[in-house]
Design a protein. Structure first.
Length: 190
């Protein structure tokens, strides 16, 4: 896969080969919401960035036993939802996602070398056993489920406390998934 900017169209599938080594920036070809897939089936020894820009809603899949220790996922500019499914025994350098409502499943023995940060959005994160690294959910109202009692999760605000605090904010909070998608033009088309 060549490096540089790649314009993404609806339903596109990007399969990263073990030889990929150039920084890649994925952008919406139409300027409208684009649903597409990113797949890593094999380890990659190279260091490079995968940048996901505005109006993109990717489904990212990383297979079992894949080492992406040099790959930096930059989805912090993504204003729409990101789905990330990571198999068991996976290593990644850095993950940053943006203001969408992300759905993330991290398998057992997941290792993040730097930081795993979801920033804003009402994210749902499931972490398997023996996770290693720093996890930061940023802002929003998040649900974090972990089977690892030693996992360190920073800045998590769970849904129960958000509901309990709703009355102190002068009424109903309007930052749910549907309201967010309406404000940012991010409707799922599945």
């Amino acid at each position: 896969m060549p490096g540089g900017t790649i314009l993404v169209t609806e339903g596109g599938v990007f399969i990263f080969k073990p030889t990929a080594s150039n920084n890649i920036r994925l952008e919406s070809a139409s300027g409208s919401l684009i649903n597409f897939s990113i797949i890593f089936d094999d380890s990659n020894p190279n260091a490079f960035d995968v940048e996901i820009k505005e109006k993109l809603s990717p489904d990212i899949t990383i297979a079992d036993n894949v080492d992406l220790g040099g790959v930096f996922f930059k989805a912090d500019k993504a204003t729409c939802d990101v789905t990330l499914i990571v198999g068991d025994n996976v290593t990644n350098d850095t993950w940053k996602s943006g203001s969408g409502n992300d759905a993330i499943i991290l398998g057992d023995n997941f290792v993040i070398n730097s930081t795993f940060a979801t920033n804003n959005g009402d994210d749902t994160i499931t972490i398997g056993e023996n996770a290693t690294g720093s996890f930061d959910t940023g802002g929003g109202t998040d649900t974090v489920i972990t089977r690892d009692p030693t996992a360190t999760i920073n800045n998590a605000e769970n849904r129960a406390s958000a509901r309990r605090n709703r009355g102190r904010h002068g009424g109903r909070r309007r930052h749910g998934a549907r309201a967010f998608r309406r404000r940012h033009g991010c409707q799922r088309h599945r």
